[in-house]
Design a binder for this molecule. Structure first.
Ligand SMILES: Nc1ncnc2c1ncn2[C@@H]1O[C@H](COP(=O)(O)OP(=O)(O)OP(=O)(O)O)[C@@H](O)[C@H]1O
Length: 630
């Protein structure tokens, strides 16, 4: 067993010189120390963010994770049985490292309480330095952190083994950790924790996989029906749409393959060919690393597999899908309250048009895609039409289709039109504020009568569509000035979702870090330094997420693995603009629960300080949070 690391000398060297000779620390721990240093976290920090989340807020965070927490419970209970007699605790935290639950030996629970390792406390790396919970989340990999490997001096008496729970798209939803005295927590414990997490991930996968063709894989055919098998899921176009770590590991791939790889890219033949060749749903597959056994799992019944809020009409067969769910449908909503998406799904399922508003680049299109992917129509078409990009005379033909010879330049055989192409699925009308008035009238008729009349006088055709619209324009003002029909406005504007601009979403630094992680910046160990993040925070981001996302992609393309990025690494003009920007005004009221939470976290959870920074009273802040949550 690896001895408990003391590392006094290594800590002193790192503290004084910021560098260490090779071999003193496991690479993942050294990289984490470097990250913590770049966050500006002092190793000697005695306390940071010591305030516990209030009970109501903790209850809300548990509620937000309720789906996976209930799936994880049996494995967490079993893990507890395995470790309790050794005086250890099992800790469950959410995807931000906030501890939600703890089960353990009373002797260590007391000590855990003194170390703030208890529910309601935040253990993300940015707050508490290198520690198994925060570092496992940062790496999206299991990690063991013992004694002096902890970045903060005060945690040197602790040892923790943690594994992140990844959803089938590779996003960490939470983490399971076993902690205790350093001599009792070792590599074997990490294996125990990781085995429990793999089972939880498998259950998450099974919940998500309705409508996909899912394969269980293992090098040994006798293991296919066991929890040791990996999982891959493919959509109707045989594109990889979900995976677990084990299966990706055997293929030598990572989660970035999702949405980009087809079955044939992985196995050298199509899935339909493999199924017809093997004559049954079980057989061997050839990969670049050797042979794997595989079994096609039976389709899941939707009602059994989705959380109750999303259970609605049963899905249609995947094979009927001409467009299919997009590979990026699982895209993070970058600082938006997840409730928004759930609420929008409810409206869509109830056949109420969803209107998405917001400045350019705030992610309206992404929101519409995520909405489609989260709805019961995920396996049916998603048809996007940009009303501003079509010449005025063509919008009608594009939307409603036309009969043969309806107008000069029409295709000979006519056209079904985009609304009919979306039959059974979702139509996304982007920039609806740019739709000509005459077309608005026809659209209203389609929404009321549920039939499309092609140009040129063809017979009315029934359509079954759900509608999502977006615009950056002020539709109400357009109604007042007569350029948007009032009747259509009231048809569309039941419950508009106004996506806030990036500058009003709370901590731009935290959003940048989340996107950075999603783009694999962490895995390449390229660090956004504290100075750079500070500059991001003072800039107004007129291009919103588009501008931030493009900048991060550019930096990733330009710099080598292991670089610590500073303001000097930005393009000159942008750096000058950012440096000239007025520091962000704290008085902008954050516009969603998560933005309010981020604001609160910056004040170490202290409601009084957070309210003061916004120039409002504590009670106003409480009311605001309650209103946003409702
Ligand atoms: N949630 C997100 N995560 C990561 N990047 C995002 C996200 N939302 C938006 N982006 C980035 O911003 C770009 C623009 O997003 P999107 O097209 O959805 O915005 P929009 O509000 O529809 O913009 P416009 O009004 O100009 O059409 C995306 O291509 C992507 O680079």
């Amino acid at each position: 067993m690896r001895p408990v690391p003391d590392l006094t000398e290594a800590r002193r060297l790192f503290y004084e010189t910021a560098s260490l000779p090779d071999g003193l620390l496991p690479p993942s721990i050294l990289q984490s120390w470097r990250r913590c240093r770049s966050f500006g976290l002092p190793m000697q920090a005695r306390t940071r963010n010591e305030e516990r989340l209030e009970a109501t807020e903790l209850a809300r965070r548990r509620e937000a994770s309720a789906d996976w927490l209930s799936l994880a419970r049996p494995q967490v209970d079993t893990l507890f049985e395995q470790v309790v007699d050794d005086g250890l605790v099992v800790v469950v935290a959410d995807g931000q490292g906030l501890i939600l639950d703890e089960l353990g030996h009373p002797a260590f629970l007391d000590r855990a309480e003194r170390l703030a390792l208890t529910p309601g406390m935040a253990w993300g790396e940015t707050i508490r330095g290198t520690n198994a919970i925060g570092t496992a989340l940062a790496l999206a990999d299991p990690v063991l952190v013992r004694g002096g490997e902890h970045y903060l001096e005060r945690n040197r008496t602790l040892a923790c083994a943690a594994s992140p729970i990844l959803d089938p798209f590779g996003q960490p939803v939470g983490v399971v950790d076993v902690s205790g005295p350093p001599r009792r927590v070792h590599a074997g414990r990490l294996q125990q924790v990781d085995a429990a997490v793999r089972l939880i991930e498998q259950r998450l996968f099974d919940v998500a996989r309705a409508g996909w063709m899912t394969l269980a894989l293992h090098p040994d055919a006798s293991q296919l029906a066991t929890p040791r098998a990996g999982r891959l899921a493919f959509d109707a176009q045989e594109r990889l749409c979900a995976a677990d770590r084990r299966a990706l590991g055997w293929l030598g791939r990572d989660f970035s393959a999702i949405g980009h790889c087809r079955f044939a890219d992985l196995f050298g033949e199509t899935l339909s060919h493999w199924l017809s060749r093997s004559g049954q749903a079980t057989g061997r597959l050839t990969t670049s690393g050797g042979l794997l056994s595989a079994r096609l799992l039976p389709q899941m019944a939707l009602a059994a597999s989705l959380p109750s809020s999303s259970r609605a009409t049963p899905p249609r067969p995947v094979s009927a899908n001409p467009a299919g769910p997009r590979g990026d449908a699982a895209a993070t909503l970058a600082g938006l309250e997840p409730q928004w998406l759930a609420r929008a799904v409810r409206l869509l399922e109830a056949d109420i048009p969803v209107l998405v508003l917001g400045e350019t680049g705030v992610g309206k299109d992404r929101f519409a895609q995520a909405l489609h992917a989260a709805s019961s129509r995920a396996a049916r078409p998603f048809v996007a039409v940009n009303c501003a990009a079509l010449p005025e005379g063509l919008v009608e033909a594009e939307l409603f289709g036309y009969e043969e010879g309806a107008f000069t330049g029409a295709r000979r055989q006519g056209s079904r039109g985009r609304l009919r192409e979306a039959h059974g699925g979702v139509v996304f009308l982007d920039e609806i504020g740019d739709m000509p008035l005459a077309v608005q009238a026809r659209l209203l008729r389609v929404l009321q009568e549920r039939v499309v009349c092609p140009l040129g006088g063809g017979a009315p055709q029934p359509v079954d569509i759900r509608l999502v619209c977006a615009t950056h324009r002020d539709l109400k003002a357009m109604v007042a000035e007569g350029s948007f029909r009032a009747d259509l406005y009231y048809r569309l504007c039941h419950h508009p979702f106004r996506l806030p601009p990036l500058r009003a979403r709370g901590d731009v630094g935290a959003i940048a870090l989340a996107l950075w992680q999603a783009h694999g910046g962490h895995r390449r160990n390229i660090v956004l330094s504290a100075d750079l993040l500070a500059l991001f925070r003072r800039y107004a981001w007129p291009g919103n997420l588009r501008e931030l996302d493009n900048l991060l992609r550019t930096l990733l393309a330009l710099y080598d693995d292991g670089t610590v990025l500073a303001p000097r690494d930005l393009p000159d003009t942008l750096r000058e603009e950012m440096e000239d920007a007025e520091p962000a005004q704290p008085l902008v009221m954050p516009a969603s629960v998560s933005a309010l939470e981020a604001h609160l976290a910056r004040h170490q959870g202290n409601m009084t300080a957070a309210a003061r920074a916004l120039g409002i009273s504590r009670s106003t802040l409480y009311r605001r949070m309650a209103r946003e949550r409702a």
